[in-house]
Design a binder for this molecule. Sequence first.
Ligand SMILES: NC(=O)c1ccc[n+]([C@@H]2O[C@H](COP(=O)([O-])OP(=O)(O)OC[C@H]3O[C@@H](n4cnc5c(N)ncnc54)[C@H](O)[C@@H]3O)[C@@H](O)[C@H]2O)c1
Length: 254
Amino acid sequence: MGAVRGQGVVVTGAGGGIGAALARGFAARGARVVVNDLDDARIGPLAREIGGTAVAGDASGIVDAARDALDGVIDVYCANAGLASPGDAFAEEEVWAAAWDVNVMAHVRAARALLPDWLERGGGRFVSTASAAGLLTMIGAAPYSVTKHGAVAFAEWLSLTYRHRGLKVHAICPQGVRTDMLTAAGSAGELVLAPSAIEPEAVADALFEAIDEDRFLVLPHPEVAGYYQSRAGDPDRWLGNMNQLQRTWEANGG
Ligand SMILES: NC(=O)c1ccc[n+]([C@@H]2O[C@H](COP(=O)([O-])OP(=O)(O)OC[C@H]3O[C@@H](n4cnc5c(N)ncnc54)[C@H](O)[C@@H]3O)[C@@H](O)[C@H]2O)c1
């Protein structure tokens, strides 16, 4: 609980959903919070509510402005902004590029801007809102699954490279969460995600538990640990089961 008191925290994509819940959670624990989203109208009221600062703009390029707003030091960076990007292998190049840009490269660009200061100070915390789709792969969502796997891999790489230099990394991998994104996930989301969907606040609670326990993987749906194990233990069986789900989805109209 005391781990983040007084710290300077940035949350991207905080205009609603999980990002807003993370921002409120950090503020309630005594952190000083910068909230980011593309549009000022989405974050201004939240910043006022939590006594934080709004920095509007693309999550790929806000580290300097956020650092200024936090008197020069960012302790925690939550790379949370994301794009749902449903679609299959035939999705337009632009869909693949947009998913790659927000779901992966925004994390890479932020880390590049944060690491020199963190390595010099011997500490920092990077929180990646990835997805269970980054561990398991989601039906009907190729660009999303591929880029979320990329987000998990980048978070793992950051952790294994810099943990001895004080960097803490957490990868949040929820299944369905009741936000605008779940609504936009369409019929595949309704079939796979909606039945076990949780509130954004439960995702924030799971992160704070992981911070207290100094744990990398944050699984707000605990059952994901078992799915992840069965995928690793018998990939073909797991793929067969996922294909059953695909066929059910197709039979329901896709
Ligand atoms: N809702 C779910 O079921 C679910 C499940 C697993 C993971 N996630 C992940 O959680 C994160 C938050 O999503 P959410 O569910 O709260 O949905 P959301 O749509 O409410 O929030 C995403 C926010 O990111 C913002 N955003 C998009 N591109 C941006 C950019 N380039 N710069 C700044 N902001 C940008 C959007 O404006 C939006 O406010 C995403 O990374 C998403 O992939 C969501």
